[in-house]
Each structure stands twice: as structure tokens, then as C-alpha cells.
Design a protein around this ligand. Sequence first.
Ligand code: SF4
Length: 177
Amino acid sequence: MNESNIPDHKEPELRIAGLVQESIVDGPGLRLVVFAQGCPHRCRGCHNPHTHSYEGGITVSIDAITNAIIQNPLLDGVTLSGGEPFLQAEGFAELAARVKAMGLHVMTYTGYIYETIVAGLNRHDGWRSLLDNTDVLVDGPFVLKQRSLSLRYRGSSNQRLIDVKQSGRAGQAICIF
Ligand code: SF4
């Protein structure tokens, strides 16, 4: 997708498709997973087509999600999945900042590639903060032809697990695993 065509969304609350209180398959350790509602990418073979609509799902306060995280001392981290979290970047950035302040790990999925996110940091509200408060970014659309069941935490081999801090220092995407 052309980065200049990406819409900006400003949400006082998060519109989410759902929330999983405990997962061991959406990142390292035990994690709470928040699924953003709304996705512009329309990947063929997407496993979560119900997350595409911008009107679907439910709205929930960031405080309510924060409380759910606080109430589970066993959590190692929080995963922001979708849908497309960067469409509600300000809200997810606020949530991610709270998670980091608790000393937990943040993993964020996006259908945009890392380079598109970096190119848009100054043009889209919340993108810089969401990226800065993410430890690992799983980037890129799901590509059916590159689908593999053996990949860790991702569905197709074009998707990368990117160490955000190392990448920022290096000026290019640094992958882990
Ligand atoms: S980015 Fe994710 S949620 Fe959006 S269409 Fe692609 S696979 Fe589905």
C-alpha cells in the first residue's frame, strides 16, 4: 500500500475485535493479546476477516485493558494484534507505554512493512510513540503463497520479527529468530 494513502484515526478509546487474557502462542511467555478492529490490508487468506470492518467489534477504554493486565501478575507481556493497530496508533501507543511502565514486553503486529512505518513516523499521529513502545514488531501483510505452519509467531515467510530498539540504532530492520 502507498504510505501516502494511509488514513489517520484518532480514537479516545480503542475499538477492538477482542481480547485474550492468556496466550502462549502470540509472542514469548504468557501474554495478554488485544486484537484491533479495523484493517485496510485485506490480505488474501487472512485468518481474522471479522477484524477488517471499521464499524465492527467493541469500544473499550484503555483503563479497562490496563486493569486486566494489572490483575494478572503472571503475564510476561502484551501483544497488540489485529486488525491493524497502527490505525489507532495513539490509543495503542498509550496502552503500550503503560505496559512498558509495568516492566512487561510489548509485541505489535502490523500489515505495514517496517520501512513504511519509519517513513510515516512524522506524518501519522501516534506512530512514533507506538513504535518506540514496542519491543518486537511483526511486520508485513500475510501472503498466502508464502504461508508456512513452521514459522514462529507469524503466518507467512515475508513477515519479519523485528527488534525495534536495535533497528532504530542500526537505521535498518534487524530481525530476531
Ligand atoms: S494485516 Fe492481518 S488482519 Fe489485516 S488483512 Fe492482513 S492478515 Fe488480516
